[in-house]
Design a protein around this ligand. Structure first.
Ligand code: XMP
Length: 527
C-alpha cells in the first residue's frame, strides 16, 4: 500500500544504526520517503519506485572489501539527485571512480573518527549548504562516525567542506546533482543537519505536500477500495495506534467495522470505562467490551514466572478475540495498527540470533490463526505521525499523549503471584502516582510512568499502630523508543509528597521506593 500519488524519495539502507532518523528528518519536511535495504534495490525496483531523489545511508561495512554492499550502478543513471551519507559517500566515490582508504575497521592504516568534529567551508558555495557556515567562527559542528575515509574524489566532484580528519567532509558533483558527506546530518549532534536535508529536497524539487490531511484522505480512499462492503474487525486496546487505526477505518467504512476491547482484568483504574466510553460516545463506533477478567485471572492464579504469565495472557487473548470475532458475521478483514518501524526490513550483517529478553505479547499471531486479510492503515507512519493523524481525526489530546501500556497490563507490574487484592492496591497507587505527575505538569516530559507492587510486605508504623503491608516501586523513564531509557530525575520534594500521598490514600501500602535503574541494564517494566 505504498504511496504513489506523491513525489517519492528512496533511502537505500546499508545498515546504519540511524537510517530511520534520515526518514524522520525527511518526513518532518513533508516529504514522502521509504527505506529499503540495499539487497532489495534492483534495477527493476528502481524503475517501479521511480524516486525523485535517492539517499544512501551509512553502514558498518567497508567498501575496500570486494563483497561490500553496493547499490545497482543504474541508480547513477536515473538523472535524479543523490545524497550519500558516510558509508554512502564512500560507496558513491568508489563506484564513480574515486578511492577509499581503509581505516581501523577494515584493518588499514587510515584515520578513523568518531564523535564531534568541525567542518569549515572551502571557497565555493552550493545550494546544499544554504544557511550553513557563516557563524562566529565560520565552522559548523557535525557528528562523524567512520572507520574508512575517501582518499581521492571521483571525477567531477569538488570539496565544499573539510574537517581536520576528513578533508572530503562535504563533496559534490553539482553538474550531476550528486552530493556526498562524511558525517551524519540526521543525528542530533549535527545541529544544522536538518537544514542540509531541507536544502537537498528543495534542490531535488520536492514540494513538501505530504501532510496528515492528505494522508487521511488517501487512506480513507484506500481502505474503501481494499475492503469494499466487507466487514472488518479490530482489536482495540485504547493505545494510540489501535485507536487511530480504528477511527480512520470507521471514517472509511462506518458500521462495517466492529472493534473488540479485550478486558483481561489487568487494566488500570477506570481504564475500561474510559476507553469504551470514549469510543462509543464520541465516535459511535460498534464496540464489544469483552470482559473476560475471570478467565484471565483464573488461569494466572498461582503463576509467578514472568514468561509463563506473558504466554498465558497471549494465548488467552487470541482465544478470546477469536470468540468475539466469530460473532461478527462475515468478517473478512482484521485491522491492525502496525507502524512503519515494524515494517522496515532491518539490514543485518552479523546474522546471529539475538537473545529473547521478554516475549512481547501483541496481536501479531492473530491473522494466521484466523485466516483474515489485514488492513493496516498506519503502515507508512512513524509513531509521532500517528499522533499527528490522531489530532487530525479529532482524538482528544489526553488520549494521543498517553504513555505506552504493555499488552499484559498490570500482570507484569505485579512481580510474583497475581491476586485480585494486590491488583486493586496497585491500581489505586498507580492512580495517585499518575495524578501527582499530572498535577506537577510532568506527564508529557516522561516517556512512561507507572507503579509496581512488590511481592514483599514490610513493617511500618502509622499513628500508634504497627502496619505490615506491601511495598511499591515507582517507575518513570525518559526514552525515545523504549529500547534504551533513563530514570526521570524527580525532585526530592515531588518524591516525598508522592510517597506520603500513596501511603495515606492507599490502604495496603506502607512503603514507597523509587526505581533509578536505567535500561540497560534494567528493563522498563519489572518483568
Ligand atoms: P521493557 O520492559 O522491555 O519495555 O524495557 C519496553 C517497552 O515495551 C513495553 N512492554 C510490552 N509491551 N507487551 C507489550 O505490548 C509486552 O509483553 C511488553 N513488555 C514490555 C513496556 O511497557 C515499554 O513501553
Amino acid at each position: 500500500m505504498s504511496d504513489t500519488s506523491h513525489d517519492r524519495l528512496l533511502i537505500i539502507d546499508f545498515g546504519s544504526q540511524v537510517t530511520q532518523l534520515i526518514a524522520r528528518r525527511l518526513r518532518e519536511l513533508n516529504v514522502y520517503c521509504e527505506i529499503h535495504p540495499f539487497q532489495s534495490v534492483t534495477d527493476a525496483f528502481l524503475t517501479e519506485f521511480a524516486p525523485k531523489a535517492v539517499i544512501f545511508s551509512g553502514g558498518p561495512a567497508s567498501v575496500v572489501n570486494a563483497d561490500a554492499p553496493r547499490p545497482p550502478a543504474r541508480v547513477f543513471d536515473l538523472g535524479v539527485p543523490i545524497l550519500g551519507i558516510c558509508y554512502g559517500q564512500q560507496v558513491m566515490m568508489d563506484m564513480l571512480g574515486g578511492r577509499v582508504e581503509g581505516g581501523k575497521i577494515s584493518g588499514g592504516g587510515g584515520t578513523a573518527e568518531f564523535g564531534r568534529a568541525y567542518v569549515e567551508p572551502t571557497v565555493d558555495h552550493i545550494a546544499l549548504l544554504d544557511g550553513w557556515f557563516g557563524g562566529d567562527d565560520d565552522r559548523e559542528q557535525v557528528w562523524m562516525s567512520h572507520g574508512d575515509h575517501v582518499a581521492a574524489l571521483a571525477p567531477g566532484f569538488e570539496v565544499y567542506g573539510t574537517s581536520p580528519n576528513a578533508p572530503f567532509a562535504i563533496t559534490a558533483n553539482t553538474v550531476r546533482n550528486f552530493y556526498a558527506v562524511q558525517f551524519h546530518p540526521e543525528v542530533h549532534h549535527t545541529p544544522k543537519g536538518a537544514k542540509l536535508y531541507e536544502n537537498f529536497v528543495k534542490l531535488a524539487g520536492f514540494s513538501g505536500d505530504w501532510t496528515m490531511g492528505a494522508y487521511r484522505e488517501k487512506m480513507i480512499a484506500a481502505i474503501r477500495a481494499q475492503v469494499g462492503d466487507k466487514k472488518v474487525i479490530c482489536a482495540l486496546s485504547g493505545g494510540v495506534d489501535s485507536s487511530v487505526a480504528a477511527i480512520l477505518i470507521h471514517e472509511a467504512i462506518g458500521e462495517n467495522l466492529t472493534c473488540v476491547f479485550v478486558d483481561h482484568g489487568l487494566l488500570r483504574k477506570n481504564e475500561a470505562a474510559e476507553v469504551v466510553g470514549m469510543f462509543r460516545d464520541n465516535y459511535n463506533l460498534k464496540l464489544i467490551h469483552a470482559d473476560e477478567s475471570d478467565l484471565f485471572l483464573g488461569e494466572l492464579d498461582g503463576q509467578s514466572d514472568p514468561e509463563t504469565k506473558r504466554k498465558i495472557i497471549g494465548r488467552l487473548f487470541i482465544d478470546v478475540f477469536q470468540k468475539y470475532a466469530d460473532q461478527v458475521e462475515g468478517a473478512e478483514f482484521l485491522a491492525q495498527g502496525t507502524l512503519y518501524p515494524d515494517v522496515i526490513e532491518s539490514v543485518s550483517f552479523s546474522g546471529g540470533p539475538s537473545v529473547t529478553i521478554k516475549s512481547h505479547h501483541n496481536v501479531g499471531g492473530l491473522p494466521e490463526k484466523m485466516g483474515l486479510k489485514l488492513v493496516e492503515p498506519l503502515r507508512e507512519l512513524f509513531k509521532d505521525e500517528v499522533r499527528a493523524l490522531g489530532r487530525e481525526l479529532g482524538l482528544p489530546a489526553s488520549f494521543i499523549g498517553r504513555h505506552p501500556f504493555p499488552g499484559p497490563g498490570l500482570a507484569i507490574r505485579c512481580p510474583g503471584e497475581i491476586t485480585r487484592p494486590k491488583l486493586e492496591i496497585l491500581r489505586e497507587a498507580d492512580a495517585v502516582y499518575i495524578d501527582q505527575i499530572r498535577k506537577h505538569g510532568l506527564y508529557d516530559e516522561i516517556w512512561q510512568a507507572f507503579c509496581a507492587i512488590l511481592p514483599v510486605r514490610t513493617v511500618g508504623v502509622m499513628g500508634d499502630g504497627r502496619t505490615y503491608d506491601y511495598a511499591c516501586a515507582l517507575r518513570a523513564v525518559t526514552s525515545v523508543d523504549g529500547m534504551t531509557a533513563d530514570y526521570y530525575p524527580f525532585t526530592h520534594e515531588f518524591l516525598a509528597e508522592t510517597a506520603t500521598r500513596i501511603i495515606n490514600e492507599v490502604p495496603g501500602i506502607n512503603r514507597v521506593t523509587y526505581d533509578i535503574t536505567s535500561k540497560p541494564p534494567g528493563t522498563i517494566e519489572w518483568e
